[in-house]
Write a protein that binds this ligand. Structure first.
Ligand code: AMP
Length: 627
């Protein structure tokens, strides 16, 4: 493992020369002066004074060598469409869209919100935005009106691009209705909504002046040559909302140059993908994996990317595997939940489809248990690689680096810190590293490498206060970024994740803040108090369970579940709602969610020195048995 150690060691000991080398993987219209500026903690900037453009690097740059090579392969399990766009096709579609955005008055630095399913137009709009320096923000199609409205008010976009509807497992999800209802809840007024009409709704009411058909609007555009706008490396490329410990979603903001370099480097060193090959990431463009490894990463590397619409099991459990057999990706990126789903399906769906193109299978988003890792490795015929990262970092923190050097994997471990991350397992109170094998908070010594979030949209202070802690050691200050994940590191340097330290849960690889769900439940007049916890789920990893104290006795739990579904979306809706007489609290009035989790999982909550009323545990256990 010497090569790998040297590589990572170089990144930490001389980041200036390391990242300068990586920066040559992309095109700069104006060279940068310094690779890294770490003079203003916790804000770091990369490649200052350099000018580049994400769209140019992802699309235009490849026209010379691979104009006719596949760039975007759109496969829909829902409609049966299987359509390939070459780099030349992609360039044409993106410039048309950029021209349209320009014609609608979208200027550099303005925001464009996308509420779109997994259709090619979503990729075109994202690339068109970064082409002209507009900042995109994709809101996951599974989010319903209130969640969408909160994001609109925070982002203040000048334009929204949406679709009539999405499809999931053969069912139509009416995006337009959800959007219309969100737009009645917002205080920020959006002047223009461009609608991609897929013809999925019988009735598509258009708001005069505001709503315009995307494709019809494209037809009215004459000028289709839109040159890229060269941007300062630190110019924001996008904002992506993620859940935190408060109800208010956080807009993770990313730069342009640092992100481009980080992704280009990761495609080579982590995913070991090569130009001309294909990558299949099974995520959604509404999540960070979709941004980094459906859209930008593979395209920056000159690879084709598969954009898959639908669920893994529709029209049947063979759809992903037929897609792999047909389009021959060399890299598959999925989640543990994605794999667990197939455990109970007919194994021939996998075995009868050719998977020999797969060089690497990476899984992320949630803990990968040993049983699933072993099962998937055997079923796929490729040893699956766990890797760990967060929306905030944009790319992997802990991972194998097969593009540098292969090393033996250990079950249950995403291996070592990636180059550029000075990962420590610390005692959160003191900032000191714990001993090998001891549990602590997984922290990253500042500065974070390029590609990581640069701030929270519109709120530098929240960024600083949420993520960073300064510890004084031996007369000097050390600044750490906290991941809010507990972990241990063994004496060979392999890391093991032990779950979150905050109120964020992980449902099928999707991150949800329990506080947001609680706030939604409390909107119901019948609900006096609500507590939501994540409990273990066989397929999804975790699922939210709600405990409600209600004002009326005959409160229907289904009503609460439906309310969350309507407000936040299906992924957030609780798997179970328990109506209870009281919630366990500390003497200072904090809800003891850990106790509720133990009770819901049928475990003994153990010692409870801070609980106000110890008898409540037994009462709750009885109430759960009776419900
Ligand atoms: P997100 O920002 O939605 O990608 O969620 C990030 C969180 O997902 C992390 O903080 C972890 O709690 C969890 N996570 C992501 N990848 C892994 C992994 N490979 N193993 C364990 N937990 C993971």
């Amino acid at each position: 493992m010497q090569k790998l150690r040297d590589f990572c060691e170089h990144a930490l000991s001389d980041p200036e020369s390391f990242w300068r080398t990586q920066a040559s993987l992309i095109h700069w219209s104006k060279p940068f002066k310094k690779a890294i500026n770490a003079e203003n903690p916790p804000f770091a900037s990369y490649f200052e004074d350099g000018h580049t453009n994400l769209c140019y690097n992802a699309v235009d740059r490849h026209l010379e060598d691979r104009a006719n090579q596949a760039a975007l392969i759109y496969v829909s399990g829902e409609t049966g469409i299987d359509k390939t766009f070459s780099f030349a096709d992609l360039h044409r579609e993106v410039t048309r869209c950029a021209a349209l955005l320009r014609a609608k008055g979208v200027m550099q630095g303005e925001r464009v919100l996308l509420y779109l399913p997994m259709i090619p137009e979503a990729v075109f709009v994202m690339l068109a935005c970064v082409r002209i320096g507009a900042v995109h923000s994709v809101v996951f199609g599974g989010f319903a009106s209130q969640a969408l409205a909160d994001r609109i008010d925070d982002l203040r976009p000048s334009i929204i691009v949406a679709a009539d509807a999405g499809l999931r497992g053969g069912k139509v999800v009416n995006y337009k209705k959800l959007l219309d209802s969100a737009l009645t809840l917002v205080s920020h007024q959006v002047a223009t909504v461009l609608l991609v009409n897929r013809g999925l709704l019988d009735d598509l009411p258009l708001e005069p002046d505001r709503d315009q058909d995307y494709h019809a609007a494209l037809e009215t555009i004459d000028e289709h040559e839109v040159p890229v706008v060269w941007l300062e490396s630190s110019a924001p490329s996008y904002v992506l909302y993620t859940s935190g410990t408060t109800g208010a979603p956080k807009g993770v903001q990313r730069d342009t140059g640092g992100y481009s370099v980080a992704l280009a480097a990761s495609m080579r060193h982590i995913y070991d993908g090569r130009p001309g090959e294909t990558m299949f990431s099974t995520s959604d463009i509404g999540w960070v994996v979709g941004h980094s490894y459906i859209v930008y990463g593979p395209l920056l590397a000159g690879m084709a990317t598969i954009l898959y619409e639908g669920t893994p099991l529709y029209p049947d459990a063979g759809i992903w595997w037929r897609t792999i057999s047909k389009h021959k990706p060399t890299v598959l990126f999925s989640s543990p939940t994605g794999m667990r789903l197939f455990k109970t399906e007919d194994p021939t769906h996998i075995s009868e489809n050719d998977r020999s193109s797969l060089r690497h299978v990476f899984l992320a988003g949630e803990p990968l248990d040993e049983a699933t890792a072993k099962w998937a490795s055997e079923a796929l015929g490729v040893e699956v690689k766990d890797h760990f990262w967060q929306t905030e970092t944009g790319w992997s923190i802990l991972c194998p680096l097969p593009g540098v050097e292969e090393h033996p994997l250990k079950w249950g471990s995403p291996s070592f810190a990636a180059y550029g991350y000075d990962v420590r397992i610390i005692d959160e109170a003191t900032g000191h590293s714990v001993s090998p094998g001891d549990k602590g908070m997984l922290a990253i010594r500042w500065p974070l490498p390029p590609g990581a979030m640069t701030t929270i949209w519109g709120d530098d202070e929240r960024f600083e206060q949420t993520y960073f802690r300064t510890y004084s050691h031996n007369g000097g200050d050390e600044v750490f970024y906290l991941t809010f994940d507990f972990a241990i590191c063994d004496d060979e340097g392999y890391h093991y994740l032990l779950g979150r330290s905050d109120d964020v849960i992980n449902v099928a690889g999707h991150r949800l803040g329990t506080r947001e769900i609680e706030a939604t439940l409390c909107e119901l007049v019948e609900v006096a108090e609500a507590a939501v916890v994540g409990v273990t789920h066989e397929v999804k990893g975790q699922q939210p369970i709600a405990f409600l104290v209600t004002r009326t006795k005959d409160f229907a739990a289904d009503f609460a579940i439906e309310h969350v579904r309507q407000t936040l979306g299906a992924i957030a809706s609780p798997g179970m709602v328990y109506v209870v007489s009281a919630l366990p609290k500390t003497r200072s009035g904090k809800i003891l969610r850990r106790v509720l989790r133990s009770i819901a999982e049928g475990e003994d909550p153990g010692d409870l020195p801070t609980i106000e009323d110890g008898s409540i545990v037994e009462r709750l256990q009885e109430e759960l048995r009776a419900s």
